[in-house]
Design a protein. Structure first.
Length: 394
């Protein structure tokens, strides 16, 4: 019997029933504009502030340090461009890494076009930034360091505390893209020592199109969206009310279940990794074996074209992604796999499996079985294999 197996939780997660139920009220009955003074507005305003409080509490912040945005992409843009514009008189140098999400890399590319200089730190073969490289890259005119908490493709959890200590010693703002970690592993802005932190609701079973930026009190940042006094004058526009309510509820639920879910997913992840390595020859795990996101598995299969494998799995009801979903239209190997210096051939044969709330062991057993069969079939007709056979018979 064909199953439907969703293994792309890092791309997005389904919204939880409890979240949807809370949101419904604010899409229909409670429709007031939170900026309005009358009762319709006030009750909505109150609900927004409650959600803000929940979110702040979940990451160890104060309510007035949370700014709602349209998601992880906007939060990253706001952090990077906002600090760049606020501090351009002080300096025009920013440090980030080669494996950031495009929502960090592209704002950096944009800033390069208007006169900023960006250093893109390399990573080692497991995807780690070396704090010593960071130390060497710091200059007198460095105004911001942005290093992601965990990588969305290969699951590497970066040494954020060490990095933030270095930033602090040099009195440089530090931003982290925590979109893959908030709601999944412990995230506390003080333990991490960050000044700015991005999060996004649809990565923790909340709705799409809503996120937040944590901005530590006193951090200088210029708004990037102008037109109203909402969000403490930092982000104009009538609030995405239902989204905000949904995000608050989703994070509250995620935090309450985090410890148990983190343990369950880590076990499932390691089970999947072990089974695949045992049953399929010539597979290579990308990213580290420990200190890795509990939900992330990324394998390269020799002599396999990732896109072809993805389509075969899709026919069997299994949803995975190659590299990063955002770059799946390009044929270039993913920038993350290039940065860990994975040979191009293996990068082409890489697949990301990300598990989540509704993943059961049976789903993984089914996936492993289908993988085993499909890879054997694809390899038997792979041109690489034929070349290899011919060279043996000569
Ligand atoms: C998904 C993701 C983003 C983008 O978030 P959106 O809410 O989809 O804009 C940014 N960074 C990372 C690491 C992500 O995984």
């Amino acid at each position: 019997m064909k199953r439907k197996v969703y293994l792309d939780y890092a791309a997005t997660t389904p919204i939880r029933k409890e979240v949807y139920e809370e949101m419904k009220l604010f899409l229909k009955e409670k429709f007031g504009n939170p900026s309005s003074i009358h009762n319709f507005g006030r009750e909505v305003k109150k609900a927004i502030e409650e959600a803000r409080e929940k979110i702040a509490k979940a990451i160890g912040a104060e309510s007035d340090e949370i700014i709602f945005t349209s998601g992880g992409t906007e939060s990253n843009n706001m952090a990077i461009k906002g600090v760049a514009f606020a501090l351009s008189h002080k300096g025009r140098h920013i440090i980030t890494s080669q494996i950031e999400h495009h929502a960090v890399l592209e704002p950096c590319h944009f800033l390069e076009k208007i006169g900023f200089e960006i250093t893109y730190l390399p990573v080692d073969k497991e995807g780690y930034v070396d704090p010593d490289d960071l130390k060497k890259a710091i200059r007198k005119d460095t105004i911001l360091i942005s290093i992601m908490h965990a990588n969305n493709e290969i699951g590497t959890i970066e040494p954020i505390r060490e990095i933030s200590n270095i930033a602090k010693e040099h009195d440089i703002y530090f931003h982290t893209d925590a979109v893959q970690t908030v709601g999944h592993i412990p995230v506390n802005v003080n333990d991490l020592g960050v000044d700015l932190l991005s999060l996004s609701a649809h990565k923790f079973y909340g709705p799409k199109g809503i996120g937040a930026l944590y901005i530590r009190k006193g951090t200088r940042i210029e708004p990037i969206i102008h037109g109203g006094s909402q969000e403490n004058n930092k982000r104009a526009g009538t609030e995405n009310v239902a989204g905000i309510i949904g995000m608050g509820k989703a994070l509250e639920l995620a935090i309450s279940e985090m410890e148990r879910e983190q343990k369950r997913l880590t076990e499932l992840r390691d089970y999947f990794i072990n089974q695949v390595e045992k049953r399929i020859p010539e597979v290579y795990l990308n990213g580290p074996r420990v200190n890795r996101l509990p939900n992330n598995i990324n394998f390269s299969f020799a002599q396999i074209e990732g896109e072809t494998l993805l389509l075969h799995l899709d026919l069997e009801g299994i949803a995975v992604s190659t590299g990063s979903a955002c770059s799946s239209k390009s044929l270039e190997p993913s920038h993350v796999l290039s940065a860990i210096k994975l040979p191009a051939k293996l990068a082409q044969g890489s697949i990301r499996f990300t598990i989540g709330l509704y993943t059961q062991k049976e789903d993984l057993d089914y996936t492993i079985k289908v993988l085993e069969n499909t890879i054997e079939k694809l390899r038997s007709i792979s041109p690489d294999r034929q070349e290899w056979r011919m060279s043996r018979t000569e």
